[in-house]
Design a protein around this ligand. Structure first.
Ligand SMILES: [Zn+2]
Length: 673
């Protein structure tokens, strides 16, 4: 179609919009490519200038064009059209659109992605608002939400700003950028505020900035660092912020290296004087571990004077964080012992203590510290970070919809006993606190006894047990009963006395929550009865038992869908086994999308990030209560519970495999006994 034919079509459209709108749109789309969009607009403007065209038709045509440009995220060009329109006829509507266009003009940088994630101006502004609400940059938000490769987002941004847009995080990880030594002489807040940081990249000084259109930021850095020629590159906001952090952190290590010789002498003298560099190093390692949500930090003295290895445990697995030079080993360990109030001179016996730690931005948490003497007159330190447990709501603990409804229905009951069971590290505390969050209302008095208190919630009255002075779970429970409670949570039930009092409390009008170290819901019943508690009272009080495990969750950034082989499907069916009322149907398998781990920066190239809860929930009805009273064996309870619809931990896990959240291997790893 040439210009004349296009004009004819426009004319037809203006005569009869409803009949020709689609045809016009199709034609425009055909012409609409980056190459000739300017031409297209010229054609439209030319047509709209025709003297024989009535004014209202001209406006209609321009409005149509403006709308079309917004649909395609052509913000700059749309702005021009709306400016013409508001000159033609000043309307509030145009002013509002123009204001919005000015405010969000940068969103045009995602133009290249518009087909991939069906992005138009409206969607883009909504994303920007959502991202701002969550305190994220819109780039990172899009990356997370749509799981598109970061390089595609960077390419789109590069197109828009006409400067390189680089993956600074990757460059840092691959050590492709070198730092400028003079940077650490300037306060980190300066760079944080400018959202810009310089590096040497490919033998040139680059300033990585989040605001390439604001030359003043770059100028300020150039002036302060006496830089003459610099290149400018765009980087994600989050990448720049963590790069700034890394700059200063590595700075400390360099400082240590410089002082190495002097400190070796001190070390020989066995009287480590703690210089501020060591203090800062220990603090930074703890902060970094906390930031990465590590549960433990292991400080391990290597044999043969090879230094102090630091490892973090994150999501249940240890990984190497750094190695501190031998010359700093004793100073670091002494520093930790001082922080934990331990005897620095005692190196031959294990000791344990606590640290109350405050991060630079004011968050406080507790660390349990244990030292253990190791070979070659060394010492290891193991730190358990408390409060690293995530606080989640009932909606966020990965319950399948049926389980969610079940749990809510028993939490809504006025009294009775709810137990959460599983081995150490199976997420019981997170689940109990999710339940408490649901229950936590101003009209309820809630007492909790915990060891340790890892999640703090306003509204709860939380108590830390302290067996050293006789403040045990059972003593606190008795105290709570005299303190007008509605709801009581007892961190752990270990003995018959506590179990007995819990049941009494549940029967006398209180909602009672606790945990037990048992493997499954049916086994919990037999374990408690084995402790010697009264079966009638127990059956009467029991509202439900939640057994759980945590399995590794596939990294959402890199997981890849695949078609499983027939033998894999067979294996899944075999592992799921028979279920009297909830069998694993072929249609369920057919609808499922299977994913496998790949590995990317987000997940440390493991393919897994975070963990997913697997659940088995037993809510006893009259038949099951009869079995409890009869002290029936666990397998009989399981069989009847399944007839009533209970699914096992493994079955719950397999349903989550079918939802693409984890893999069969990971489910089996935590549910096989
Ligand atoms: Zn990944």
């Amino acid at each position: 179609m040439n210009t004349r034919e296009l004009f004819e079509l426009i004319e037809k459209y203006l005569q009869n919009p409803s009949a020709f709108e689609n045809q016009l749109e199709e034609e425009i789309k055909k012409r609409f490519s980056l190459k000739n969009i300017n031409l297209l607009i010229l054609e439209f403007l030319e047509f709209s200038q025709r003297p024989d065209l009535p004014r209202e038709k001209r406006i209609k045509l321009l409005e149509w064009l403006g709308k079309f440009l917004l649909e395609n995220l052509e913000i700059e060009k749309a702005t021009k059209i709306y400016k013409i329109l508001s000159k033609e006829t000043p309307k509030d509507e145009y002013t509002q659109i123009l204001e919005k266009l000015t405010f969000y003009k940068d969103l045009e940088k995602f133009k290249r992605l518009r087909e991939k994630i069906s992005l138009n101006f409206k969607v883009a502004t909504q994303l920007a608002e959502e991202a701002a609400e969550q305190g994220k940059s819109i780039e990172s938000f899009i990356l997370e939400k749509y799981r598109i490769p970061k390089v595609e987002i960077l390419k789109s941004i590069e197109d828009y700003y006409k400067i390189p847009a680089l993956d600074l995080k990757r460059l840092l990880a691959q050590r492709q950028v070198k730092k400028l030594p003079e940077v650490i002489n300037i306060k980190s807040s300066f760079f944080r505020e400018l959202l810009s940081i310089p590096y040497v990249y490919q033998d040139k000084v680059y300033i990585f900035t989040y605001h390439p259109k604001d030359p003043e930021r770059v100028e300020r850095i150039k002036r302060l660092l006496n830089l003459e020629e610099v290149e400018i590159a765009f980087a994600f906001k989050e990448d720049i912020l963590s790069a700034i952090e890394a700059y200063y952190q590595e700075g400390i290590l360099d400082l240590l290296a410089e002082e190495e010789e002097v400190l070796t002498e001190k070390e020989e003298a066995e009287a480590p004087e703690l210089d501020s560099a060591v203090v800062q190093l220990v603090n930074q390692i703890i902060e970094e571990a906390y930031r990465r949500r590590a549960s433990d930090i292991h400080w391990e003295s290597l044999t043969g004077r090879r230094g102090l290895l630091v490892r973090f445990r994150v999501d249940g697995e240890c990984f190497h964080y750094m190695t501190i030079p031998e010359s700093q080993k004793r100073s670091c360990i002494s520093r930790i012992k001082i922080m934990a109030g331990l005897d620095i001179a005692e190196k031959r016996l294990p000791q344990d203590g606590k640290i109350k730690f405050k991060t630079k931005d004011g968050q406080t948490f507790e660390i349990r510290v244990a030292t253990i003497p190791t070979i070659e007159n060394n010492e290891d330190v193991v730190m358990r970070i408390l409060g690293g447990i995530e606080f989640r709501s009932l909606e966020e603990i990965d319950l399948l919809p049926g389980h969610y409804a079940m749990l809510k229905s028993i939490l809504d009951l006025p009294y009775g006993l709810i137990l959460c069971v599983g081995p150490t590290g199976s997420g019981k505390t997170t689940t109990l606190h999710a339940c408490l969050k649901y229950l936590n209302k101003p009209n309820k008095k809630i007492w909790t006894a915990e060891d340790p208190v890892e999640i703090v919630q306003d509204g709860l009255r939380q108590v830390q047990v302290n067996p050293k002075i006789g403040l045990t779970f059972s003593r606190l429970l008795r105290a709570f009963l005299r303190a007008d409670p509605d709801i009581i949570m007892i961190g752990e039930t270990r003995d018959q006395e506590t179990a007995h009092t819990l049941i009494e409390a549940a029967l006398t009008g209180h909602l009672v929550l606790s945990t037990l170290h048992t493997n499954s819901a049916p086994e919990t019943v037999t374990r408690l009865l084995g402790m010697g508690i009264d079966p009638f009272n127990f059956a009467d009080s029991l509202l439900g038992i939640i057994a759980q495990r945590l399995a590794k969750r596939l990294c959402k950034y890199c997981k890849r869908s695949y078609t499983p082989k027939p033998e894999e499907i067979e294996r899944i069916k075999f592992e799921y086994g028979e279920h009297p009322v909830k069998p694993l149907s072929d249609s369920l398998i057919k609808e499922a999308v299977f994913y496998e781990p790949v590995g990317c920066e987000e997940c440390n190239f493991t393919g897994f990030k975070g963990r997913i809860g697997l659940h088995e929930i037993l809510v006893p009805d009259e038949d099951l209560k009869d079995l409890i009273i009869k002290n029936a064996p666990a397998n009989e309870i399981r069989k009847v519970a399944m007839q009533k619809g209970m699914i096992t931990l493994k079955q719950d896990g397999i349903l989550k495999v079918l939802r693409g959240e984890t893999t069969l291997k990971q489910v089996l790893a935590v549910t096989l006994r």
